[in-house]
Design a binder for this molecule. Structure first.
Ligand SMILES: [Zn+2]
Length: 426
């Protein structure tokens, strides 16, 4: 069923103008709301056959707002506000997103371009007739041209900080209107195929005292360069390869700082379960026993076109190809709370195998069997405890930790004490 058809059906069910419904539906769908949820929300908005429309929405405390509400009036403090440009009906629209809080809790909002309010962080506002929709199972306020905003002179005793100042470690996909002070650790220009042809963007890695995260600057700012310490205002956080990523846009303010932002050397150490439950981490340290070396380890072949691992000279995308040899290890790490697959590149694999690619080729040739390489790796690491640092992604392929370091855990208390003493000496 096309969007048109859905709109037609809704309009006739609800007895309202089809064009209006189409527009609303397009808004929601373009904002990645699933079709079923979008239709439900419009059924609520247009009253689903009941008389609706002329009832005044009730004033509610934020913790009382539920996904069952269609419209509410709330009085709240603006915590964060971030602009973002999106496209629907073939046009560019600027929406504002962030969070509001009162004494009872906080709630996310989206303000569409018809909304007439200002939404400065720190302001107390009364929002009359704010729409409610469900987003990720939670109620969210939808502010549009039918919402009546008013700045009120009232101080609310809220439990949250105003402004989106955050440490990198605390950011999660969906955060908006965020301010961070960071050091740019890596930065490169990329040319991508954007909506309006080729555009240049910046991408790389940011760091602060709490951790590291990747970033993308969609509207390159001169102040963002390798080694620079900068303050980034009005950024938003998206998921990129299973981990949070900081997004800088044309609405972000970038200020060079006259101090150097310190960057932690360490990655946070978590249990495997905590790490997997986080949904993905750019830089994390896990420790556990290697319980198995998975298929697809040892001496493998990759497609020269796309780099995918191939079997029997066949790439899923490129058909029959002349494969290129490579080394890789996929080791299942178990710490008693959960398991994760640590993926080791050629260099780390060479270290655990005890030989480079040429050695592995010779080894396989002599044995007339490629599997001997994976077998030796397995013999050397299974049953031992390792500390692995890397980037964790959690998706339909499972929990994979792309390792940057893979070191055997030093369990000897005497050696550990010795190391501590040496540290204290220096
Ligand atoms: Zn390929």
């Amino acid at each position: 069923m096309s969007l048109e058809d859905h709109a037609e059906e809704l309009a006739s069910d609800l007895g309202v103008d089809k064009e209006e419904v189409t527009r609303d539906l397009e808004n929601l769908v373009n904002y990645s709301v699933p079709m079923d949820e979008a239709k439900q929300s419009l059924r609520r908005k247009y009253g689903d056959g009941s008389s609706g429309g002329d009832s005044t929405p009730s004033s509610k405390a934020i913790n009382e707002v539920s996904t069952e509400d269609s419209n509410v009036t709330v009085t709240a403090v603006v915590l964060t506000s971030g602009r973002r440009s999106i496209q629907y009906n073939g046009e560019q629209h600027v929406i504002r997103e962030g969070e509001l809080a009162d004494e009872t809790g906080k709630i996310s909002y989206t303000a569409w371009d018809g909304f007439s309010g200002d939404l400065q962080p720190g302001q107390t506002v009364q929002l009359g007739n704010a729409g409610v929709r469900e987003w990720d199972g939670q109620p969210e306020l939808n502010l549009g041209d039918s919402t009546d905003p008013e700045v009120v002179d009232e101080t609310l005793d809220i439990d949250y900080d105003v402004g989106g100042r955050a440490a990198l470690q605390d950011l999660a996909p969906g955060d908006r209107g965020i301010t961070v002070e960071v050091q740019v650790l890596e930065c490169e220009q990329k040319v991508i195929d954007g909506r309006d042809g080729e555009t240049t963007i910046l991408s790389g890695v940011l760091g602060d005292e709490s951790g590291r995260l990747p970033f993308t600057d969609w509207d390159p700012h001169d102040e963002i360069e390798e080694g620079a310490s900068v303050r980034l205002d009005e950024t938003f956080v998206r998921e990129f390869r299973g981990a949070p990523s900081v997004n800088v846009s044309e609405f972000s303010a970038v200020t060079a700082l006259d101090r150097t932002v310190g960057v932690t050397e360490d990655a946070p150490r978590l249990s495997v379960r905590e790490a997997v439950e986080s949904g993905g981490l750019f830089d994390v340290e896990l420790a556990g026993n290697v319980i198995e070396v998975r298929d697809g380890s040892g001496l493998i072949e990759r497609c020269p076109e796309c780099g995918r691992v191939i079997q029997n000279g066949q790439c899923r995308s490129h058909g029959a190809v002349e494969g290129e040899d490579d080394l890789r290890t996929k080791a299942i790490l178990d710490d008693g709370t959960d398991t994760v697959t640590a993926v080791l590149d050629d260099e780390l694999t060479a270290r655990v195998y005890g030989g480079d690619l040429d050695d592995a080729r010779e080894h396989a040739r002599d044995a007339m069997d490629k599997e001997v390489v994976a077998e030796r790796i397995s013999d050397r690491i299974v049953g031992r405890e390792y500390v692995v640092r890397g980037s964790l992604s959690v998706d339909e392929y499972g929990a994979n930790l792309t390792a940057s370091t893979f070191a055997e855990a030093d369990d000897d208390p005497a050696t550990r004490a010795q190391a501590l003493l040496q540290e204290a000496d220096t």
